[in-house]
Design a protein around this ligand. Structure first.
Ligand code: ASP
Ligand code: MG
Length: 467
């Protein structure tokens, strides 16, 4: 039996978290394959260092010392000899990064692949740090980098997808022998390489996706994603303090929730697992024995159908107006292509005869609107931006077929005195979403949460078990 366990950057925030990680790995049965993210904040730091290098105003040596210092902070309580040994190893690892950065500051240029290579160092350092700590704790372990292992991807530098079966062959050949001899392989998350050896990443927070790729390649029985949160919740606790942990979700429910803004797991984590239905468990680093959220191919339908109310404030709408857009063959394709050329992802499209409404990440709004204004003056007469909005997503197996759910949701929204701007339903079997003005997000979420989970809450308070 193979078990893959992944520790997110949030687990590497404090020395206590690191000690917990070591305890979890040492007590795991069987010996696990470990996948790691960069420690909290380090990928951002690498991006900052890269930007400074691009502007030519950087002291590379100083910047790299800062990176090492972040790692050493996590082991401040260890004996000096251990700290010294680890510092030396980290410094060695950074030698090649130093050269890449010096190159960037001279040329003031970076290709997307070189950028991917530079930001991959966060994960390389974590793997090395954890290897050294496990060895210190007399646990046999080896840090392994996914480019060397042969985690092969397509050519997309920052939104890559793993290629099977090459990846399966390479990872099983390299990793399984370690497990047989009781050595813990520690694998870098976040990146892989193309067939030509260029480094690619799976996008920000992509280490969850790596963990799923490794689990699939090794035909693991189970994938544990260790986080600094208890699991998926019935709502964002910052919006709804009564939010509770969800025990069980299907891949599709979890994927939709992640897509709608629940920042627990990377939305693409489930892709590699569909072909090999390996169950995932989200585990809480600081209560390792408590059950987390189980995510498997199928889940049961919950009593109220809705399992979670997700919210996303980081979205905006771009309205493309034109009297005949509904009748223009190929217009959606050309709009899509124009945005794809700029690397802009469209979350969703809603059309009518006179409007195309694009749901975008708010950071892409300006660029998208500039691009589309120039784009088709004959067809699109104006481009209007709407920014002060937020999305509410509802997720639950059976939501499309169960009668009366809509009425309950919008009854709750209207009781909160909230107007709904746009609704999209029916695109997914397990989810739909609608958009409200940002200022109404909190009351709308609270009212829906009360409608669907209020009873469960009062039962929990009165001591009976949750449904
Ligand atoms: N270190 C990468 C990031 O910060 C990947 C990850 O954390 O999963 O985006
Ligand atoms: Mg917004």
């Amino acid at each position: 039996m193979v078990k893959v366990v992944k520790f997110g950057g949030g687990c590497f925030r404090k020395p206590k978290g690191v000690e917990q990680i070591i305890a979890i790995i040492k007590s795991s049965q069987p010996v696990p394959v470990v996948v790691v993210s960069a420690i909290h904040g380090c990928t951002n730091l690498l991006l900052e260092i890269l930007n400074q290098a691009l502007e030519g105003k950087q002291n590379v040596h100083l910047a790299l010392n800062q990176l090492i210092a972040r790692h050493l902070q996590l082991i401040s309580a260890y004996p000096e000899t251990v700290k010294k040994r680890i510092k030396q190893k980290l410094r060695q690892k950074l030698n090649s990064l130093k050269n890449f950065l010096l190159g960037v500051s001279l040329t003031r240029e970076v290709s997307p692949y070189l950028q991917a290579k530079i930001i991959s160092y966060g994960e390389r350092l974590t793997a090395l740090l954890l290897q050294e700590l496990l060895l210190t704790h007399e646990c046999s372990a080896v840090a392994l980098e996914t480019d060397a292992l042969g985690l092969i991807t397509d050519d997309s530098p920052h939104q890559a997808s793993a290629l099977f079966p090459e990846t399966t062959t390479n990872l099983s050949r390299c990793l399984l022998p370690y497990l047989r001899t009781g050595t813990v392989p520690i694998v870098t998350g976040f990146f892989g390489r193309t067939r030509n050896g260029q480094i690619t990443t799976f996008g920000r927070n992509g280490s969850d996706y790596t963990a799923a790729v490794v689990a699939r390649a090794l035909q693991a029985e189970k994938l544990e994603l260790w986080k600094d949160v208890p699991g998926f919740l019935t709502a964002d606790p910052q919006l709804e303090p009564q939010a509770q942990k969800i025990d069980h979700l299907s891949y599709f429910e979890a994927a939709e929730l992640s897509y709608f803004g629940a920042k627990i797991v990377h939305p693409r984590t489930f892709e590699p697992l569909l072909a090999a239905p390996i169950p995932i468990e989200i585990k809480h680093l600081h209560s390792p024995h408590a059950p987390g959220t189980l995510i498997s191919q199928n889940s049961h339908r919950s009593q109220g159908v809705i399992k979670s109310v997700a919210a996303n404030r980081e979205i905006s709408l771009l309205h493309l107006l034109g009297p005949g857009v509904g009748y223009q063959p190929g217009i959606i394709a050309s709009v899509g292509q124009a945005l794809a050329d700029e690397g802009i992802n469209i979350y969703s499209i809603l059309t009518s005869q006179t409007r195309i409404n694009l749901l975008l990440h708010q950071q892409d709004l300006e660029k998208a609107s500039q691009k589309l204004k120039k784009f088709t003056p004959g067809i699109i007469s104006s481009v209007i931006r709407e920014e002060d909005i937020a999305l509410i997503g509802l997720v639950g197996e059976g939501l499309k077929v169960k009668k009366g759910i809509f009425a309950r949701v919008f009854g709750a929204v209207s009781r909160a005195g909230v107007n709904v701007e746009v609704i999209s339903a029916g695109a997914s079997e397990v989810a739909y979403y609608f958009i409200v003005k940002d200022k109404y997000l909190k009351p709308a979420v609270a009212s829906i949460h009360q409608e669907f989970f209020g009873q469960a809450l009062s039962r929990a308070v009165n001591g009976t078990s949750r449904p």
